[in-house]
Design a protein around this ligand. Structure first.
Ligand SMILES: Nc1ncnc2c1ncn2[C@@H]1O[C@H](COP(=O)(O)OP(=O)(O)OP(=O)(O)O)[C@@H](O)[C@H]1O
Ligand SMILES: [Mg+2]
Length: 284
């Protein structure tokens, strides 16, 4: 058996709060194979971001461990890159500047040869072409649409050839059409670069379309509730979202999220809203 690219074992995370100890993650176990695309869904507060931050080395676990290629992680590393919902680009740098920035810092620190600087430059150019950003390479972030800014953020994350991309609702702020384009782009990139993906989303359709497996998490305490294999061929096409198998799995996962969500509306209060004169249609 090959060593998992990511191995999460007996992971617990506790936070100290004013109300005492809060268990954000309890006994989380998950293995992700090299090149696998795993998506995480679950009700708000179930610990998806916390899990990703621990895998990124930004947060220490309270117990248990995350290993990459069999070695426990102790902090951030260039084998892992993160992409968040907010693009966090440097506004004073152009597209090309943003993509090369971190790499340049490293190159300076390592006192690299001019050949290495040139190779980094070639990689940046290739990523700009791959992401369809050639026509805006010299533009600044505030001149770009949200979708383009997120492409820059992904290109920047890919610059150091990470083995693992950790993405936390990266397309959460984009409109539906731009999202579809980004889905096919990220699938293409993950195959091309053989990147292992851990991808958090609130959108079950997105989770199923992108993932080889979908992990359903539940809150209070944050835990893995179920793991689903996605019964779709490796090469995804948008029409697959309409297939019966896809829709019934989507329904099942949505029901699972609803059943474990701690955020509830007061149905009685909602029912009574219609009786309040100021909220009745004819008084508007
Ligand atoms: N630094 C912290 N201190 C105390 N509690 C925290 C801290 N970070 C996260 N939490 C709590 O841990 C729980 C999990 O948070 P997390 O952000 O991982 O959830 P999530 O699944 O990403 O939610 P969402 O879907 O809303 O993004 C939440 O209840 C949150 O309030
Ligand atoms: Mg989150």
């Amino acid at each position: 058996m090959t060593t998992p690219r990511i191995s999460i074992s007996a992971l617990h995370k506790r936070f100290q709060t004013d109300q005492g100890e809060f268990v954000a993650l309890r006994d989380v176990n998950l293995s992700v194979a090299p090149g696998e695309f795993v998506t995480l869904v679950g009700a708000s507060g179930c610990g998806k971001s916390t899990l990703l931050r621990i895998a990124g080395g930004l947060e220490p676990p309270s117990a248990g461990a995350v290993a990459v290629d069999g070695r426990p992680i102790t902090g951030p590393g260039i084998d892992r890159a993160m992409v968040f919902q907010h693009y966090s680009l440097y506004p004073w740098l152009t597209v090309v500047g943003n993509i090369k920035f971190c790499r340049q810092l490293r190159v300076h620190r390592d006192v690299s040869t001019s050949a290495e600087v040139e190779a980094a430059s070639g990689r940046a150019d290739a990523l700009i072409r791959l992401m369809g950003l050639s026509h805006v390479a010299n533009a600044y972030p505030n001149q770009l649409s949200g979708g383009m800014q997120q492409r820059v953020a992904i290109a920047r994350a890919l610059m150091a050839r990470p083995h693992i991309l950790l993405m936390d609702e990266p397309f959460g702020a984009l409109d539906a059409q731009t999202r579809e384009v980004m889905h096919d782009l990220i699938l293409h990139v993950s195959k091309l670069e053989k990147t292992t993906m851990l991808f958090v989303t609130h959108d079950v359709e997105e989770a199923l379309y992108l993932g080889h497996r979908v992990v359903l998490m539940a809150p209070a305490p944050g835990r893995i509730e179920a793991v689903y294999d996605v019964p779709l061929p490796g090469r995804r096409e948008q029409d697959m979202k309409l297939a019966g198998e896809f829709l019934s799995l989507k329904r099942e996962i949505l029901a699972g999220i609803r059943a474990t969500s701690s955020v509830r509306t007061d149905q009685e209060l909602l029912d009574r809203l219609g009786e309040i004169p100021a909220l009745q249609n004819d008084s508007v």
